[in-house]
Ligand binder design. Sequence first.
Ligand SMILES: Cc1cc2nc3c(=O)[nH]c(=O)nc-3n(C[C@H](O)[C@H](O)[C@H](O)COP(=O)(O)OP(=O)(O)OC[C@H]3O[C@@H](n4cnc5c(N)ncnc54)[C@H](O)[C@@H]3O)c2cc1C
Length: 391
Amino acid sequence: MTNKNHAEVAIIGGGIVGCSIAYYAAKAGMDCMLIEKNDIASGTSSRCDGNVSITDKDPGFESHMSWKSQELIAELQNELDLPFEYRALGSILVCDNDDEAEAAEKWVKTQNDSGLKFNFLTNEDVRNESPYFAHDIPGGLECETDSLINPYLFCYSLVDKAKQYGLTLKTNAEVTSISKKKDFTIETSSGTVTAKKVVNAAGVWAPFIGEMLDLKIPIEPRKGHILVGSRANPVMMRNVMEFGYLMNKFGRERIADPITEKHGVALVLEPTDSQNFLLGSSREFVGYDDQVDMNVVRTIASRALRFFPSMDDFNMIRTYTGFRPFTEDHLPIVSPVEEVPGFYIAAGHEGDGISMASVTGKLMEELMQGKEETIVQADPLRFDRFQAATT
Ligand SMILES: Cc1cc2nc3c(=O)[nH]c(=O)nc-3n(C[C@H](O)[C@H](O)[C@H](O)COP(=O)(O)OP(=O)(O)OC[C@H]3O[C@@H](n4cnc5c(N)ncnc54)[C@H](O)[C@@H]3O)c2cc1C
C-alpha cells in the first residue's frame, strides 16, 4: 500500500476503462493515482467476454470509435510487457432466418461504405467455418478486424506498464466522499487523498460517485449472464454472435420465442486462449442483483443449440453474471463536467467497454491535457448531451 496522498490526477475505478486511462495518462507524463475499492478488474471487467469488436457497433461514429480502439490495442500488444491473450482473427455473425440474412447483407454494405472490412457469408461459408454449425443457417457476416483479449489480464498488463511510467496504485480503497476547494479532497476507506483532477471511471457505480458532487449520471446496470464451457472439441477458432444480438443490444424488434425475448438472450460464443469457451449472453434491467438465474442459464444453453446442435453433450464448468453500464443513447460518457471544473467522467460503455477502453483511455488523456486534436471526436460523448435532452 502506498503512502502517497496527492496526485495531479486521481482515477476512481480499476476496471478496464480506469486502467486504460491510467496507462495513457501516466505514459503522457501525468502524475496519476488509480483508486479501486477492491482489486484491479474486480467489477464488470472480469465478468464479461473479451471481444474487441466492430461487428456489433452502429455504423458511423460508434463503429469508427471502435476501429480506432482496435488499432490501439494492436499497438498495445507490442507496447505492454505482460501478455493478455490477444488474438486478431476477425469474428463472425450468423443469422437465424432469411429476414436476418437480408438485414445482414445491408449491414455489410453500410459498414463497407464507411470503409470498414466486412464480408457477407453464405450458408456454405458458414458451414466451412465450423462443422458444428447447424446446416440451415441462411448466412451471416464477417468483420475482418475484430479481435479477442482476456480483459482481466489486459487490466493487469496496463497497470503494470503504467506503474513503470510512475502510476500510484491504491487498491482496497473505497471512495466514500469527494469535496472540492482549490483541489479535490477524496475520502477513502484507507485514507484521504487530494488531487487537481478526478476521473470517475466507476462503471455501473459511476452514478454513486457522481452523487458525491450532486451530479446525476444517467447510467443503469444491464445484467448479463455467461456460461463457461469446457471445449472438448475445437468448435470455433474465433468469436461468433447471432444477428439477434444486435437487435437486443439496440432494443430493436426481433423474431424470437417469448422466453428468449424476456431475458434478452442472443448467442455469443467466444473461444478462449485456454481451450474453453464462453457462452452468452443475456440483457436485463434487474438492478444490482448479481445472483445467477438458472432460467436465464437454460435459455442461453438452448439458444446455443439452435446454432450448434451437436454441442448438447458438452461439459459446462461454471456461470457468472456482470453489469453492463447502460446509457440511453448507447454511447459512453467520456467528458469533462462543466459545473465541476477538473472533474471528468469515463463510464457508460454498456457492452462495448472491452472494445472501447483503449480509445477511451487515450481520449481522456487528451481531454485532461486540453489538446485540441483528439483521437476521435469528443462532442458525441459529452456528459451535457443528457442535460440538453432534458431541458
Ligand atoms: C456478460 C457481459 C459480456 C460482455 N462482453 C463484452 C465484450 O465482449 N466486449 C466488450 O467490448 N464489452 C463487453 N462487455 C461490457 C464490458 O465488460 C464493460 O463495458 C466494461 O467492463 C466496463 O468497464 P469499466 O471499467 O467501465 O467498469 P468496471 O470494470 O465495473 O470497473 C469499475 C470499477 O470501479 C470500482 N468502484 C466502484 N465504486 C467505487 C468506489 N466507491 N471507490 C473505488 N472504486 C470503486 C469497482 O470496484 C470496479 O472495479 C460485457 C459485459 C457483460 C456484463
